[in-house]
Write a new protein. Structure first.
Length: 319
């Protein structure tokens, strides 16, 4: 299947996170990818099986294409394990994109204090361990690939075993004997239970520590300077129109919640640690004001849209 001829491959991904897809393509198959247009990165391969490998391992891709032909039999951005959790959480491929854009490399102690379905912790565990995101879909991939002329004679049983060994070895080299540390928590027990169930289905539950933790008591549950990186999609401020007393009251509670969060972060974040939050557009001012109270500086990492909703990815570091 490997020849001197080169073939054009492409992956589609979440617009504004093309850099994450470029990075992942290089890590997984060694190809130099470039952004072709919003949500699409392209690259050249000599071995068409590299594209099957991307289908199996990529956490950022929604589609994988060979010369314009879609190779994935289903939307790669939708995770098979995302069965439990409240609506409004982040999807698996967005969680992965947030992690890599935040600088997660598997060595940091990662903490998500507002989990809904466990997506951020699960994607971190998959990436850090090298465990394939589509491990339990390999039969579906094999059946589909064998129908394609380019791959009809491939032994995909052996192919997937080789890919899994390589992915595990790459992850081990990346960790370089560092111990994997991932903590996923929520003040709500039903969210913690949903996260645990999804992690079990994904095959990574043993790699993640789960717990119901109230924000105001984090300093009693965490060690000082213990956490290196927080990546989370916290509760969002509500739009207030007219005399909406309920929304105004909820927003007042959120101001208190965020002040508590930054107060606690001052204790549990390592000296070079940072907190990266996904916020709906319009929340930036309220939250940065709470951060400034405890001398955290805010930096806008990127803005993007999902459907009609606009979001901002904001980093907070201690001054």
């Amino acid at each position: 299947m490997a020849t001197t001829e080169k073939y054009t491959g492409a992956v589609t991904t979440i617009p504004s996170f093309e850099d994450v897809a470029v990075l992942e393509v290089n890590e997984l198959i060694g190809a130099k990818a470039t952004t072709a247009e919003a949500g699409i990165v392209k690259f050249q391969v000599q071995n068409k099986l590299d594209l099957c490998k991307l289908c199996y391992l990529s956490q950022s891709a929604s589609q994988v294409l060979l010369q314009g032909l879609q190779l994935n039999p289903f939307d790669l951005g939708k995770r098979q394990h995302e069965l439990f959790g409240s609506p409004g959480g982040v999807s698996g491929n967005l969680a992965y994109a947030l992690l890599r854009a935040a600088g997660y490399d598997g060595k940091q102690f990662l903490f998500d204090p507002f989990t809904r379905s466990g997506a951020i912790a699960i994607e971190a565990a998959l990436f850090s361990s090298g465990f394939p995101v589509n491990y339990y879909r390999k039969d579906a991939f094999s059946s589909y690939f064998l129908q394609l002329r380019n791959f009809s004679k491939i032994d995909f049983g052996k192919f997937f075993i080789a890919v899994e060994k390589e992915a595990a070895a790459t992850a081990a080299r990346r960790l370089n004997k560092s111990k994997l540390k991932i903590l996923s928590s929520s003040p709500l027990m039903q969210h913690v239970r949903s996260a645990e169930k999804n992690a079990k289905i994904a095959g990574v539950k043993k790699l993640i520590r789960f717990g119901r933790l109230d924000i105001e008591w984090l300093d009693a549950k965490l060690d000082e300077r213990e956490i290196d990186l927080v990546v989370s999609y916290p509760p969002q401020f509500k739009s207030v129109s007219g005399n909406d007393a309920f929304a105004a009251a909820e927003n007042k509670k959120l101001v208190s919640l965020y002040k508590n969060l930054f107060y606690q972060a001052d204790f549990f974040l390592s000296r070079k640690g940072k907190m990266v939050l996904l916020l709906k557009k319009g929340s930036y001012g309220e939250i940065t004001a709470a951060a400034a109270t405890y001398k955290f500086a805010a930096g806008l990492l990127r803005s993007f849209k999902l459907g009609s909703e606009e979001f901002e990815m904001v980093s907070f570091t201690k001054l």
